[in-house]
Design a protein around this ligand. Structure first.
Ligand SMILES: NC(=O)c1ccc[n+]([C@@H]2O[C@H](COP(=O)([O-])OP(=O)(O)OC[C@H]3O[C@@H](n4cnc5c(N)ncnc54)[C@H](OP(=O)(O)O)[C@@H]3O)[C@@H](O)[C@H]2O)c1
Length: 215
């Protein structure tokens, strides 16, 4: 049986509508649910011309709204250390941040400042890549099950390879950057064919927001 066509709609959405549009399927509401949260160009690039995703989502009201909604939903936000460095991540108010690295040196910007900023957990592979299953086990040790993976592509590749991403929430900006910036899925990550069935397509401003179920 073929999958039902995706639900379509037009933004802007109110906070209550966002909750409906991005609700986790009820049968998974109490379990682990991993969401990839990304923005991409039409040519699949993960960064703007300055090498940051931050420049890609400038002016995208829909991306900001969904990005923030997913953070509010999450028990934890997970990023690779490359993204934490490139995007200048700092401890976040209201939600813990897990940073994955092969190294052991926590970037200065992630040291917890005074105040009520959230916990930062540094997950190190001690010289080697950590499997997604290994990272997930550490997150479970903390009791975190609602997981938002904000990238970047290298980290995301391992989670996709291991089939541990339940869905993608991707903003497509209808622009091209060309060049040799990182792709959403790094070259060489074999996904074994086409992966994903879209459940939602939303146009918001000039952007397309896609929700795609992976597993
Ligand atoms: N478009 C988007 O939505 C989006 C989202 C996120 C990032 N980005 C962009 O993507 C670029 C970064 O790409 P990237 O692929 O280098 O990002 P990344 O995966 O965040 O960073 C790679 C680094 O993260 C650590 N890492 C990742 N996976 C690991 C694993 N399985 N085990 C151990 N360590 C792991 C390693 O850090 P160490 O070097 O410390 O060992 C590795 O060098 C930046 O320009 C950023 O702006 C775009």
């Amino acid at each position: 049986m073929s999958a039902p066509p995706p639900v379509t709609g037009v933004g802007p959405l109110s906070p209550a509508q966002l909750r409906d549009w991005y609700a986790v399927p009820p049968e998974h509401a109490d379990g682990t649910w991993v969401r990839g949260s990304f923005i991409t160009t039409l040519d699949g690039r993960a960064t703007g011309p300055d090498g940051r995703a931050g420049s890609l989502n400038e002016g995208s009201e829909g991306d900001h709204a969904v990005f923030n909604h997913l953070r509010e939903w999450a028990d934890v936000v997970v990023v690779g250390a490359g993204t934490a460095r490139a995007e200048g991540y700092t401890p976040m108010a209201g939600v813990p941040l897990a940073v994955v690295s092969r190294g052991t040196l926590e970037p200065e910007s992630l040291r917890r400042p005074d105040g009520d900023a959230g916990e930062v957990v540094f997950i190190s592979g001690h010289g080697t890549d950590i499997t997604a299953a290994g990272v997930l086990a550490t997150l479970h040790d903390h009791g975190w099950r609602r997981i938002v993976l904000e990238g970047g592509p290298h980290l995301f590749g391992s989670w996709l390879r291991e089939r541990l991403v339940n869905e993608l929430c991707v903003t497509v900006r209808p622009v091209l950057t060309g060049g040799d910036g990182p792709l959403l899925v790094p070259p060489g990550v074999d996904l074994g064919g086409l992966l994903g069935s879209p459940t939602h397509l939303l146009t918001w401003g000039g952007d397309i927001l896609v929700r795609t179920r992976l597993g």
